[in-house]
Design a binder for this molecule. Sequence first.
Ligand code: ADP
Length: 192
Amino acid sequence: MRIVILGAPGSGKGTQAALLVEQLGVPHISTGALLRNAAKRGTELGLQAKSITDRGELVPDSIMADIIEERLGRDDVANGFILDGYPRNLAQAKSLDAMLERLDKPVEEAIHIDVDPEQIIRRIARRAEEEDRSDDAATTVRNRMRVYAEQTAPVASYYAERGLLTRVLGDGAKEEILQRILSVLNTSAATA
Ligand code: ADP
């Protein structure tokens, strides 16, 4: 199963991707987590990325392409992956397609988690208190939402045009949302 999870910041992509790992047994690849780990380790790339993510901007596509190419080249992705946080703009979507075409492993499903913006702002404010993510500060969140609307939302249309997109309502209990996603994956596996 090769799946891309899409959704606004705070839509619950990361949470659902982690739950899906238990169900599907393929790795969860979160570019946000990869960048945060690099920053924590204090690598040059990590520190460079942190100053960008703290402003709510996107890390340059060429850097992200290198990170994702290295990650997708590892053995544990032989049976698939759940991609969370990538692609985040159309250039990244095209670059991912080209990369996966070379490996003969195209994206099979794109799931977009729909949550209304009011609820997102409430969720992120709560996460800022619980998790201490420096990019969850209120001013940065506003910028992330803008970047999402301008650059990432078109990625959903990109997959929709290719017949790969399903939208799932991201409202309700975590388990409920997980069941919605699993039923989409079951349906598409049955018709494949
Ligand atoms: P969220 O989806 O809640 O914004 P993420 O953990 O996915 O959180 O990403 C945090 C930040 O990491 C983003 O705001 C961005 O700055 C950076 N980032 C993550 N993935 C990418 C990407 N594919 N391209 C560019 N920047 C990225």
